[in-house]
Structures are given as structure tokens and as C-alpha cells.
Design a protein around this ligand. Structure first.
Ligand code: DHB
Ligand code: FE
Length: 280
């Protein structure tokens, strides 16, 4: 049987990708940020997962305002790296896991989560930056990826609770897949950031750290945070944090915290990161 063994929450700031791609990770500005991922790289290397489910949002790259799936699942064999305006990132193509993804699509829809099925999609920084933070710059990514996209770009995004329950359904889907696969799930986006208008540059470290505490200790309370709280406390793009609840719902409620990192600033954004492992 396939099994989700751990969840990883992490920001997906595009400037982090630029720093890695241009070899600037040793700059004074970036060292404290990347230092917090050293343990994570070791951890994922030791875990050696067969598949990673990456929950992220497309930033009007593959989808546009013409078509906005609330929840989508990538069932493709491969995903090209998107050109987000400065050329495609020089990272390997992302290899999918169509067999698991189609099984998940069937399980999720029959479990009453009406996923949009995506057979062709370019992936943006929301998916590639987390892979780079965990795996550096390999020739090939070490394992296939099943992308799960969540709309957080156009109001109304799904509620935290809906995301949490999607995570539970993802777990049921994975655990009913008839092959021994070790699966890790990433929830990406956030932490506090606002990229536009009067409050651009907003950082709320208190909110972010409380959120990390809740991720570790009280995931149901975290999932109940209403949209307006994200907007008020974490800025307009802080709403990306709802995607962490998908990851959190997919692992045990009493999962063990293995590692945590919080750093400000990365571009206009606070970066948060947590690794949670199922005990058994
Ligand atoms: C930025 C973009 C993001 O998608 C994000 O999550 C954080 C920061 C940016 O453009 O700086
Ligand atoms: Fe983002």
C-alpha cells in the first residue's frame, strides 16, 4: 500500500529560485535563509520518498483569469518549467506519476472532491522553488511529483477547513493505491506577505509564528482561521497559507515536529518552514 509518511510546509518565494539559479545562495542576504534548509535537505535525502505530492498555487501561469479551478490535480507524465517573464528556470522538467495521480483523481472525485483533471500544464515557482529548497540543483529531480493546485489568486479561495478535509481525502486516496510507495506531501505558499497597494511589504511575524505553532500542535484550530484573518493579519497574499492545511490534513493529527525555520526577509516575504512526520 502507498503511505504518506510526512508533511512539509514551506514558502515558495520566486526570488529564492533566482538566488539559487544565479549562484547567490552564499550572499550575506541569503545565507540565513538557506541555512534553515540544510537539515531539511538531509532529512528528505534520508527519507528518500518515491513520490512527492506538491500542493501549490499557479500564479496565473498555466491558468489565467479565463479558467480558475478551485482544486486541480496534475495527471500528466511530465511538466515543463514555465517562463514567468524572465525565461524558464534552469531546473529539470518535473516528472509526474500518472498512475497514482489518476487513481487519486478517481478516489477524490468519488469521495466528493470535484477535482479538475489537468493533462498538460507548465509549472511555476510555486512548485519549483520548494523542490529547489529541498533538493538543490540536481540533473534530475529525485522522484516523481503529483501536483495539486489550489486557487488562492482569485476570490473566493477555498476555506482552510475545506483544504484540511481535502488533505484527509488525499490520504484516503493514497492509502487505497495498491503499490508500496513512500509519499511525502508539501504544502507551499505564505507566510505573511502583501505584494500590492498601500500595505505592500507587510510582515506579521507574530501571526506567522502562531501559525507554525498551530501547524505543529493544533491543526484543527489552524484550519478554522477565516479568510478575513489572513487578509488582515498576513496580508493579501498571506491567503496562500490555506494550502498548508491540505498538507496538514493528509498526515496524523499528532505528527511529530522534526524541524522548523522562520526567516525575514526574502524579497517582500516572510519565509516559514516546518517538517512534520507521522509517528508510526
Ligand atoms: C512573491 C510571489 C509569490 O508567489 C510568493 O508566494 C511570495 C512572493 C513575490 O513576487 O515576491
Ligand atoms: Fe505565491
Amino acid at each position: 500500500m502507498a503511505k504518506i509518511v510526512a508533511g512539509v510546509g514551506m514558502s515558495h518565494v520566486p526570488a529564492i529560485g533566482v538566488a539559487i539559479d544565479s549562484g547567490n545562495t552564499d550572499d550575506e542576504y541569503w545565507t540565513p535563509l538557506f541555512a534553515g534548509f540544510e537539515k531539511s535537505k538531509q532529512w528528505i535525502n534520508d527519507q528518500n520518498p518515491d513520490v512527492i505530492i506538491v500542493v501549490y498555487n499557479d500564479h496565473a501561469t498555466a491558468f489565467s483569469l479565463e479558467l480558475i479551478p478551485t482544486f486541480a490535480i496534475g495527471c500528466a507524465a511530465e511538466y515543463d518549467i514555465a517562463d514567468e517573464g524572465w525565461g524558464a528556470r534552469p531546473v529539470p522538467r518535473v516528472v509526474g506519476h500518472p498512475e497514482l495521480a489518476w487513481h487519486m483523481a478517481q478516489s477524490l472525485v468519488l469521495d466528493e472532491f470535484d477535482m479538475t483533471i489537468v493533462n498538460n500544464m507548465e509549472v511555476d515557482h510555486g512548485l519549483t522553488v520548494p523542490l529547489s529548497l529541498m533538493f538543490d540543483q540536481p540533473q534530475e529531480w529525485p522522484c516523481p511529483v503529483v501536483p495539486i493546485c489550489v486557487n488562492v489568486v482569485q476570490f473566493p479561495p477555498p476555506t482552510g477547513n475545506r483544504c484540511f478535509n481535502l488533505g484527509k481525502a488525499i490520504r484516503r486516496a493514497v492509502e487505497s493505491f495498491d503499490k508500496d510507495l513512500k509519499v511525502v506531501i508539501f504544502g507551499t505558499g505564505g507566510m505573511s506577505h502583501q505584494l500590492q497597494a498601500e500595505r505592500a511589504g507587510l510582515i506579521n511575524s507574530q501571526f506567522d509564528n502562531d501559525f507554525l505553532d498551530m501547524m505543529a500542535n493544533d491543526p484543527k484550530k489552524a484550519a478554522a482561521i477565516p479568510h478575513v484573518d489572513y487578509l488582515r493579519e498576513a496580508g493579501s497574499e498571506g491567503i496562500e497559507l490555506v494550502m498548508w492545511h491540505v498538507m496538514r490534513g493528509a498526515i496524523d493529527e499528532d505528527a511529530k515536529e522534526i524541524h522548523r525555520h522562520y526567516h525575514v526577509p526574502a524579497s517582500n516575504t516572510a519565509v516559514g518552514h516546518i517538517i512534520l512526520e507521522n509517528k508510526k
